[in-house]
Design a protein around this ligand. Structure first.
Ligand code: G6P
Ligand code: FE2
Length: 191
């Protein structure tokens, strides 16, 4: 049996979070227009196909024992008064955690479990947020002008479950109120 495996080395820019050697995945407003509370505003932005976030996934094997990792860049912007954010997801293997280390910018990591416990934590450079297993997670950029850049790592076999969030949404949304982020009940949250 050949037990040799090559080490993997990846470049990440500390300026924009991207790898020069790999291609990021990009999500525009049109890929998630219905996830924002103000759907009219989302549709207007979707016409220009505004880029909301991009992320780089190192592409390690999706098996237990592996550590998937990459960087994620959420651009500054709002849909109505709701800040740009990722789609967010549960892991298919629900009880798998994820770590996010904030490299740049300012934001909020929104988390909720199937039983309805909701938590959120601020992301600032140098902060690591450990998302416990069983918690859906979404990163939200609350800066008016800077990218939110995070490095993330999670178990290789975790998988992504988008369906639950796509149909129900998160219980909370993050909007700008008097120039500052505020966490509110999601008016569109469906039980
Ligand atoms: O998968 P989304 O909710 O669209 O978020 C985009 C990406 O964000 C994070 O950085 C996760 O660790 C990735 O696994 C995820 O795919
Ligand atoms: Fe995840």
């Amino acid at each position: 049996m050949n037990t040799t495996r090559p080490a993997i080395v990846t470049d990440f820019s500390l300026v924009d979070g991207l790898s020069q050697t790999k291609t990021p995945l990009r999500r525009t407003i049109s890929a998630m227009a219905d996830m924002y509370a103000d759907r009219e505003a989302a549709r207007r932005l979707a016409e220009e196909d505004v880029l909301v976030y991009e992320f780089f996934d190192a592409g390690v094997p999706e098996s237990p024992g592996e550590v998937a990792y990459g960087t994620s860049i959420v651009y500054p912007g709002k849909v109505g008064d709701e800040y740009f954010m990722t789609k967010g997801h549960f892991h298919s293997v629900l009880d798998t955690a994820e770590i996010y280390y904030c490299l740049r910018g300012r934001g909020i990591m929104m988390m909720e479990n199937p039983e309805g416990d909701v938590q959120w934590e601020e992301l600032t450079p140098g902060t690591a947020v450990y998302v416990p297993g069983r918690y859906a997670h979404r990163s939200i950029n609350t800066s008016p002008d800077e990218q939110l850049i995070t490095f993330f790592a999670f178990p290789g076999h975790a998988g992504h479950d988008y369906g639950t969030i796509e149909s129900k949404g998160f219980r909370k949304i993050v909007v700008e109120r008097d120039g500052a982020p505020a966490v509110l009940d999601n008016p569109r949250w469906a039980q």
